[in-house]
Design a binder for this molecule. Structure first.
Ligand code: NAD
Length: 326
C-alpha cells in the first residue's frame, strides 16, 4: 500500500530566464510587468553590470543607486527610499547578491504602492526566489515573510557570476545547498518543495566542484544558478531546522561570516539529524551522488573538495565566544 498523498502548496507569479542571453529579454519583461520607469539598485562592486542594465533600459531608467550594503541597515533603506521617491520609479531592478536584493525587498515591504522587483543575481544566495525579507535596525536583524517582497522576474546570467571568487562561490553554493537539505525533512515540506530540494542538491553538488576546477566554466556557473534558484524556492516553501537555527545564532552572536558558517556547520548538523530523518537521508544520499555513503560524509567531502574550512575555529571562533550562547 502507498502512503496517501495530502499536502498544500502555493505558487505565485514568477518569470525566470537563465542563460547568457537572459538580459536581452529585459525590455520584454518590463513591458509584461506594465512598467516603464525602472530604478536600478546594486552594491558599488557590481556597478559595471548596472551600467549594462542602464544602457539597455535607456530612457526607461529613471535612477541608479549604488548604496546597497550587507545586512540591509535602516540607514541604507532610508537613503534608498528618498532616491526612489525622488525619481518616481514604478519598479526596481536589483543587480548583485543577497544585499541589493535584500534592499529592494525592504523597499517593496515599506512602499505604499506595489513595487515590482526584477532580480539579476550574481551569487548563489537564492534570496531572489523567496518571500523572505531581512533588515537590521538598532543592531538587531529582523526577518519575516511577505509575498509583496518576492521578485516577479529573475534573470540569471551565468557570465555575471564568473567574477565571484572560487572560495565565495563554494561557500555561497553550500549555503544554498543547506536550504535544500533542510527542506527535505521540514515538517511542512510537500512533494513540490522536496522535488526542488533534491534537484537543487544534485545541481549544486555537480556544479560547485566544476567551478572550483575552472571558475570561468559557464556550464557549471549556470547549473549553480539553477541550483540556487531551486534552493530559494525550497527555502520559501518549507521551514528550516536545526542547521539554520545554529547558523543564525553563530552569525548573530559570534559575528561569524554568513555563507561560510553554513558551509562549515552543514555536515555536522546532518550527522546529528540523520537518525531522525531516514526518508530524507535516502533522497539526500542519492542526490549527492552515492546512495550508499552517509549524507554527512558526502557533504564533508564536498566541503574538502571545495576547500571550505572544516571547523568553526578555522573561521576564528574561540571556545570562550560560545559561553554567552550555551
Ligand atoms: P552579498 O550581496 O553581500 O554578496 C557577498 C559578496 O560578494 C559581496 O562582497 C559582493 O560585493 C560580492 N559579489 C557579489 N556578486 C559578485 C560577483 N559576481 N563577483 C564578485 N563579487 C561578487 O551577499 P550574498 O552572499 O549574495 O547573500 C548573503 C545575504 O543574503 C545575507 O545577508 C543573507 O541573510 C541574505 N539571504 C537572504 C535570503 C532571503 O531569502 N531573504 C536567502 C539567502 C540569503
Amino acid at each position: 500500500m502507498m502512503k496517501p498523498l495530502s499536502f498544500q502548496h502555493e505558487e505565485r507569479r514568477l518569470r525566470v530566464r537563465l542563460g547568457d542571453d537572459a538580459l536581452d529579454g529585459l525590455l520584454d519583461e518590463l513591458e509584461m510587468l506594465g512598467c516603464s520607469r525602472a530604478w536600478v539598485v546594486m552594491t558599488p562592486g557590481r556597478a559595471a553590470y548596472g551600467e549594462q542594465v542602464q544602457e539597455i533600459l535607456s530612457e526607461r531608467c529613471v535612477g541608479v543607486f549604488t548604496g546597497a550594503v550587507q545586512h540591509v541597515p535602516r540607514s541604507a533603506i532610508v537613503a534608498a527610499q528618498r532616491a526612489l521617491e525622488a525619481c518616481g520609479a514604478d519598479c526596481c531592478i536589483a543587480v548583485g547578491g543577497g544585499s541589493p536584493i535584500g534592499l529592494a525587498k525592504a523597499l517593496a515591504l515599506e512602499s505604499s504602492v506595489p513595487l515590482p522587483i526584477i532580480a539579476i543575481p550574481t551569487t548563489y544566495s537564492g534570496s531572489e526566489a523567496t518571500t523572505i525579507w531581512g533588515l537590521t535596525e538598532g543592531g538587531r536583524k529582523i526577518t519575516g515573510r511577505d509575498p509583496r517582497v518576492a521578485p516577479t522576474v529573475i534573470l540569471y546570467i551565468p557570465s555575471w557570476t564568473v567574477g565571484l571568487p572560487a572560495g565565495l562561490s563554494a561557500a555561497s553554493g553550500v549555503n544554498a545547498m543547506a536550504h535544500c537539505v533542510e527542506a527535505l525533512y521540514a515538517a511542512d515540506a510537500n512533494p513540490m518543495t522536496q522535488l526542488m530540494a533534491a534537484e537543487g542538491v544534485r545541481a549544486l553538488s555537480q556544479a560547485l566542484p566544476g567551478i572550483q576546477r575552472s571558475p570561468s566554466d559557464l556550464g557549471a556557473r549556470g547549473r549553480a544558478l539553477w541550483g540556487a534558484f531551486l534552493a530559494g524556492r525550497a527555502l520559501d516553501g518549507a521551514s528550516m531546522g536545526v542547521h539554520h537555527k545554529l547558523c543564525h545564532v553563530l552569525g548573530g552572536s559570534c559575528g561569524l561570516p554568513h555563507a561560510r558558517t553554513h558551509a562549515v556547520v552543514l555536515p555536522y548538523a546532518i550527522a546529528y539529524n540523520a537518525p531522525a530523518t531516514p526518508e530524507a537521508m535516502t533522497t539526500l544520499r542519492t542526490a549527492l551522488g552515492d546512495a550508499q555513503q552517509p549524507a554527512a560524509t558526502q557533504l564533508y567531502r564536498l566541503n574538502q573538495a571545495l576547500a571550505v574550512p572544516s571547523s568553526l575555529s578555522a573561521l576564528g571562533l574561540k571556545r570562550p565566544d560560545l559561553v554567552p550562547i550555551v
